[in-house]
Design a protein around this ligand. Structure first.
Ligand SMILES: NC(=O)c1ccc[n+]([C@@H]2O[C@H](COP(=O)([O-])OP(=O)(O)OC[C@H]3O[C@@H](n4cnc5c(N)ncnc54)[C@H](O)[C@@H]3O)[C@@H](O)[C@H]2O)c1
Ligand SMILES: [Zn+2]
Ligand SMILES: [Zn+2]
Length: 346
């Protein structure tokens, strides 16, 4: 089968790989019909994630059709249409039972990380019963791909951890697909103002269409001053970091107001300088989180009810054969005006 294989920092190839087989009774093999590329895949290619070793098939998002289900799988059978969660959950270990499957002792974020992922014709899904969702009848397949990772990520790591309340002023740093997912889901809570910060005017324009009340292009290095001026010097109630570099974490820690929340989403490859000498007295809450994807059922219902339109995040379509072009497009998002790309494998 064809698959996108990582060969160390900066190196990837579309290759022929053996089709995965069932290893445990609780596994399923899924024919991936649609997948996509995540900002995290770009971090992997930068060498930010040492857990990903050469030879790994990348990808942790997608939908597909069950090709084969192990004898221990009770909820899915061959031919079933499924949504693949980026988080694999055994549902039995201490972490899973505490509602934190991102740290599942034998699962968590393993797809396209420590086991082969979804940017391939087929993928092996461990604990299929508790790591796959049946696609609802009539579901828009492109929209469903957004539920594997980015929507639960924006919602759980950004909005829920940021504890957004009605009337809040929320600043979102990073208007990539994850930041925009946080922008869409933060509106569940009716914040008064949503300020979106990015370097890319096209993405900021999209942010306005998605409900941002103000946008700031931080290319001039003046984002902090501008946000402080917009908030009468008080700073924001919730600062959500959705990039994963020191510069954007810094913006967040400078603009979070007294009693505020700084919710980090970005995957960071280097350390940041925590301004504790300024923040110690500010009653802030700083959170980090690897997405647990425990809100997928909630988000599925919201999408099916038409209350959330994640399809708006999709800008480009490619075939699996063209996945290198898809990476180029997503990697040059500014120039290509790209958000999420859908990679189809009929
Ligand atoms: N915590 C989790 O579980 C989790 C899950 C998925 C993704 N992520 C992470 O979320 C982050 C965002 O993902 P994405 O897919 O939206 O990525 P992306 O690369 O598409 O978007 C990042 C955005 O940040 C902007 N940006 C870059 N540098 C900036 C700067 N200095 N100032 C302002 N804006 C800047 C870019 O223009 C871009 O719009 C990534 O770090 C990704 O790895 C985390
Ligand atoms: Zn991801
Ligand atoms: Zn577990």
């Amino acid at each position: 089968m064809k698959a996108l294989v990582y060969h160390g920092p900066g190196q990837k190839q579309l290759e022929d790989m053996p089709k995965p087989v069932l290893r445990e009774a609780t596994d399923a093999v899924v024919h991936v019909t649609k997948t996509t590329i995540c900002g995290t895949d770009l971090h992997i290619l930068k060498g930010d994630l040492p857990t990903v070793t050469a030879g790994r098939i990348l990808g942790h998002e997608g939908i597909g059709i069950v090709e084969e289900a192990g004898t221990g799988v009770t909820r899915f059978r061959k031919g079933g249409r499924v949504l693949i969660s980026c988080i694999t959950s055994c549902a039995k270990c201490d972490y899973c039972r505490r509602g934190m499957p991102s740290h599942c002792e034998t699962g968590g974020w393993i797809l396209g990380n420590t086991i082969d992922g979804t940017q391939a014709e087929y993928v092996r899904i461990p604990y299929a019963d508790t790591s796959l969702y049946a696609l609802p009848e009539g579901a828009d397949e492109d929209a469903m791909v957004m539920l594997s990772d980015i929507l639960p990520t924006g919602y759980e790591c950004g909005v829920l951890n940021g504890a957004v309340k009605p009337g809040d002023t929320v600043a979102l740093v990073g208007a990539g697909p994850v930041g925009l997912s946080a922008l869409l889901t933060t509106q569940f809570y009716a914040p008064a103002r949503i300020i979106v910060i990015d370097l890319d005017d096209n993405r900021l324009e999209v942010a306005k269409q998605f409900g941002a009340t103000a946008v700031v292009n931080s290319t001039d290095g003046k984002a902090v001053e501008k946000v402080m001026a917009m908030t009468g010097g008080k700073g924001v109630d919730v600062a959500i970091e959705a990039v994963g570099v020191p510069a954007t974490f810094n913006i967040c820690q400078e603009i979070v107001g007294a009693g505020g929340h700084l919710a980090n989403i970005g995957v960071h490859g280097t350390s940041v300088n925590l301004r504790l000498e300024k923040l110690w007295s500010q009653n802030i809450t700083l959170t980090t989180r690897l997405v647990d994807a425990v809100t997928t059922p909630l988000l599925l219902k919201t999408v099916m009810a038409g209350r959330l339109q994640p399809k708006r995040l999709i800008t480009h379509h490619f075939k699996l054969d063209e996945i290198l072009k898809a990476y180029d497009t997503f990697g040059n998002a500014g120039k290509e005006r790209a958000l999420k790309v859908i990679v189809t494998n009929p």
